[in-house]
Design a protein around this ligand. Structure first.
Ligand SMILES: *[C@@H]1O[C@H](CO)[C@@H](O)[C@H](O)[C@H]1NC(C)=O
Ligand SMILES: *[C@@H]1O[C@H](CO)[C@@H](O)[C@H](O)[C@H]1NC(C)=O
Length: 113
């Protein structure tokens, strides 16, 4: 192939390829025990390079009065984060995921109690 043509091709194609792959990292909050918008225990942060990986998990317990009581929230990063409801005996875990805004995982999930 013509060298000049090759150069044009490289210049034209490569920036596109590079910038496609570089999504901005999202900084997520890490917290073992997050309540009322504050981290009570195990505070830190982590970065997600791709995927909806800032995770928020709300933990509920089934009370003797027959309803779910919110207990606490955990925040972290998880590559395979998926929104879900998980039930195991008297435990319920609601999972939320977010990306694109730093510390977005502290703004979602249960915050009322
Ligand atoms: C992230 O955590 C590290 C220590 O774990 C800390 O030095 C840094 O300031 C934190 N960054 C932000 C933006 O909070
Ligand atoms: C409920 O939340 C408290 C913190 O407020 C925590 O210490 C405790 O471990 C949690 N209970 C369970 C079973 O996770």
């Amino acid at each position: 192939m013509d060298k000049f043509l090759l150069l044009l091709l490289l210049l034209g194609v490569f920036p596109f390829v590079f910038f496609q792959g570089v999504a901005p990292d999202t900084l997520c909050m890490v917290c073992q025990n997050f309540k009322k918008g504050q981290c009570l225990q195990g505070k830190g942060n982590c970065t997600m390079e791709q995927g909806p990986g800032c995770r928020t998990r709300d933990f509920f317990f089934f009370s003797e009065k027959g309803r779910w009581i919110y207990n606490h929230t955990q925040l972290d990063c998880y590559d395979f984060c998926m929104s879900s409801s998980f039930y195991f005996r008297d435990l319920k875990i609601l999972t939320f995921c977010c990306k694109g805004q730093d510390f977005c995982n502290k703004y979602i999930g249960e915050r009322k109690e």
